[in-house]
Design a protein around this ligand. Structure first.
Ligand code: PDD
Length: 277
């Protein structure tokens, strides 16, 4: 596999990181994950926009503009002769320097990106997945796609250990999002999801879902729902670049409606399918 770095394209085995690297030592960096279908990026522009918002939020000056990084990412696909369903991972850290919490002067960001195969989770999207609920004890800036993912990693691991696909995170009973996806409830024909505040990542698929609901005349209500609301929900689903739109049929010990993916979730999945092709 060929990877992209700040200066050139190179084979992945040529990538060397110094031991004092701020991404490794402080989690001082940001990232993006972009879906690839048949060798083409999906929602590329929205991801590039978010990359720039994340960089600005943590005061990293990116050494390229949006057009430049976009054309480099396209070139990366070509260099890897990517034709399948996959994903791109792009990471930017503040750089390498002797360890010091304060930003070192004159530091240059370390950047790399790679593409790899990522088959679609057809089984989960068809039958729905089980989730747990988990306290959201992350920080106040969850809109930044930061490398600090320990709370997300631990929540998702707990889900896995309980035979579940995801963890639905809540702050004092209010659902924010999931450990690596956004969360939605359908009630009386309306889609509810946490508003795009500092407490959630503003998902690119979430933006696409908002657009689909507008086209389908389904109310998209940016109002948080609670853990208690879940037991009375008609449908629950999640979204992310890797999971697309996945129905949730069980939350802890509560079965959602009849335990089958709901109708609005299905309609949104169909709209996604059309949009991504
Ligand atoms: N996760 N919320 C969180 C906490 C996420 O980590 C993600 C994405 C999302 C959905 O964002 P988007 O629709 O832009 O993919 C929401 C990626 C896929 C990851 O970390 O692997």
């Amino acid at each position: 596999p060929i990877i992209m770095t700040q200066s050139k394209f190179t084979h992945k085995d040529n990538l060397k990181y110094p031991f004092e690297e701020r991404g490794l030592q402080f989690g001082d960096g940001i990232y993006e994950v972009i879906r690839i279908y048949h060798g083409t990026y999906y929602l590329l522009e929205a991801h590039v926009d978010r990359l720039f918002r994340s960089a600005e939020a943590i005061k990293i000056q990116l050494p390229f503009n949006k057009e430049e990084v976009t054309s480099q990412l396209l070139e990366l696909l070509e260099k890897n002769k990517m034709k399948t369903d996959g994903k791109l991972y792009l990471q930017v850290t503040r750089g390498s320097a002797p360890r010091d919490h304060v930003f070192p002067a004159e530091i240059m960001p370390n950047i790399y990106a790679y593409v790899q195969d990522q088959p679609r989770n057809l089984e989960g999207m068809e039958n729905g997945v089980k989730t747990i609920t988990h306290r959201d004890h992350r920080w106040d800036y969850c809109y930044i796609k930061s490398l600090n993912l320990l709370p997300n990693v631990l929540a998702k691991q707990t889900a896995k250990e309980n035979g579940c696909y995801e963890a639905i995170l809540h702050k004092d009973g209010t659902v924010t999002e999931c450990s690596s996806s956004n969360a939605y409830m359908v009630k009386d024909g309306k889609v509810y999801t946490h508003p795009a505040t500092n407490n959630i990542l503003h998902g690119c698929v979430r933006m696409a879902i908002e657009r689909f609901t507008k086209e389908m005349n389904i109310p998209f209500i940016e109002e948080a729902f609670s853990i208690e609301d879940i037991s009375l929900a008609d449908e629950i689903f999640l979204s992310s670049s890797t999971s697309e739109i996945t129905p949730i049929v069980k939350v802890d010990h509560i079965q959602i409606a009849n335990g089958k993916p709901g109708q609005i979730t299905r309609q949104l999945q169909t709209a996604y399918e059309v949009d991504a092709n």
